[in-house]
Design a protein around this ligand. Structure first.
Ligand SMILES: Cc1cc2nc3c(=O)[nH]c(=O)nc-3n(C[C@H](O)[C@H](O)[C@H](O)COP(=O)(O)O)c2cc1C
Length: 471
């Protein structure tokens, strides 16, 4: 590592030996590569990202813009371009979540992105609480063909309960019920993909046999939530079974992820918690008979990049000055674990030296580590909260500082890589790709060329045979 670590990591935190083994194929330097995804917030992750003069405010609905962003991700040799989704919205989201308030439907958008890219993985979100497995199976199989085997499915059970009101239900189901349904749905989708064996379509002009009836199977599923006859009306996807991404947080979600997910998207802000989370998932995966190295845990990372730390800090300040919203200090107080509501923004932070203030001290330390400078006033802490309040790790810095953080987390076994959430687009991504990516490549932390054609190959996952072919 060079320079100071942006990872909030002391010497004892790095390299705990509990992390993953280094794959034999990874020659010296003996360290793992970092995986990178781009989690699309078209108006920026920062709530005021769209207001920067150099930012696009309306990119979410412009196909040419979306193509350019995906092509930049590919130029940066990221593992994937990721589209989240929700099934409800409201205009009150505009001050905090403009990127998530109004956007395109992800499967439709990804079909267009697939045609504009060649190598990068494409993650689309489908919510299992409101979906039918036959729909999901054929949409993903179709996208897998359209992308040449580059699609993956982000399985969510729905963070926004208002979705129920858009789907003829009175309320969002409870966690257990949502995950019961998700488990059954994922199993049926995978079985539908398998319902055509890989060689089920000989298309033999000489004999006239287009399909081989012995290799096309009814799934005949009758379960608690779904009844599906099958077969699917799309042949087996190029990847056989497209990879699965998961982002739940509950106990049930972790267990689900450990059983079915190939990538876990999470929100973690410090190495010790992140390492504990990743180790927990790896243990659970092993308990389910899986190779934990085939489960990539990727927290979000919000990089505010500049040619120098000072330049990045100027962008951070500029972004924060553009935030619209009231000055209620309650949400900050809740996040920081100390009541700041009676104070003014210019006031210094209160003394935080008692045992009751351990959480607040950690929060201030995180803010200082993330921004690379002292955080001494209520206003400075409020700015940090606004910039990072949706839970992902923030880092303000030049390429070395940002790469240090990524390297520290990966070598400490706290992450397999990161989902990059640029604070604004396209500049926030361009700076990352132009400055941080070469630094990561120089350190041997990121591929220089794509090493596989399909997403499974990029992730180092074998292609599973159809259950029917296996007997
Ligand atoms: C990093 C991250 C990203 C998420 N992205 C989405 C999303 O795009 N759409 C969605 O409906 N839910 C999303 N979720 C919500 C989860 O799927 C999950 O429902 C939520 O975290 C509640 O956890 P639980 O399902 O374990 O109770 C995300 C969660 C996390 C932690």
């Amino acid at each position: 590592m060079s320079g100071t670590s942006g990872g909030g990591v002391g010497p004892d935190d790095a390299g705990d030996g509990a992390g993953p083994r280094v794959p034999a194929a990874d020659a010296a330097p003996a360290r793992r590569q970092a995986r990178l995804g781009l989690f699309l917030f078209a108006a920026g992750y920062h709530p005021a990202g769209w207001r920067l003069p150099q930012a696009r405010a309306d990119g979410a609905v412009d196909p040419a813009f979306l193509h350019r962003v995906a092509q930049t991700v590919e130029r940066g040799r990221f593992d994937f371009f990721f589209l989240g989704d929700a099934l409800a919205t409201g205009v009150e989201m505009q001050d905090r979540f403009p990127s998530q308030m109004a956007r395109l439907e992800p499967f439709t958008m990804m079909a267009s992105i697939a045609a504009a890219t060649r190598s990068v993985g494409l993650v689309v979100t489908a919510n299992t609480t409101y979906a039918e497995p036959y729909h999901v199976a054929r949409m993903l199989a179709s996208l897998d063909y359209l992308s040449g085997g580059r699609v993956a499915w982000n399985v969510v059970t729905g963070a926004d309960g208002r979705a129920a009101l858009n789907f003829g239900r009175e309320q969002h189901a409870e966690t257990e019920e949502r995950y019961d349904r998700a488990e059954e749905l994922v199993a049926v989708v995978q079985e539908l993909w398998d319902s055509w064996e890989d060689d089920a379509l000989p298309r033999d002009k000489a004999t006239g046999a287009f399909a081989d009836p012995a290799k096309v199977h009814a799934v005949g599923h009758r379960g608690r939530f779904f009844s599906v006859a099958g077969p699917l009306n799309v042949p087996r996807p190029p990847q056989g079974r497209p990879p699965i991404v998961q982002a739940g947080t509950s106990e049930r979600a972790r267990d689900f992820a450990a059983r079915v997910a190939d990538v876990v998207f999470t929100a973690q802000t410090a190495i010790p918690e992140a390492r504990a989370f990743r180790e927990d998932l790896r243990r659970r995966a092993a308990a389910h008979g899986r190779d934990p190295d085939q489960l990539a845990v990727m927290p979000g990372l919000v990089p505010i990049v500049g040619a120098t730390l000072a330049e990045a800090q100027r962008t951070y300040d500029e972004l924060n000055a553009l935030v619209v919203g009231d000055d209620d200090l309650r949400p900050l107080s809740d996040a920081a674990g100390v009541d700041l509501t009676a104070r003014g923004l210019a006031d210094p932070l209160p003394a935080l030296d008692g045992p009751a203030h351990a959480r607040a001290r950690a929060y201030v330390a995180l803010a200082q580590d993330a921004t690379g400078r002292p955080v001494a006033t209520v206003g400075a802490l409020r700015d940090f909260f606004r910039a990072s309040g949706r839970g992902h790790r923030l880092v303000v810095g030049d390429a070395v500082r940002v790469a240090d953080l990524i390297e520290a987390w990966v070598t400490a076994g706290a992450a397999d890589g990161f989902n990059i959430c640029p604070p604004y687009l396209p500049g926030g991504l361009n700076l990352f790709v132009d400055l941080v990516v070469p630094e990561l490549q120089r350190r041997g932390l990121l591929r220089r060329e794509y090493e596989g054609a399909t997403f499974r190959e990029l992730l180092g996952l074998p292609r599973p045979a159809s259950v029917y072919a296996r007997g």
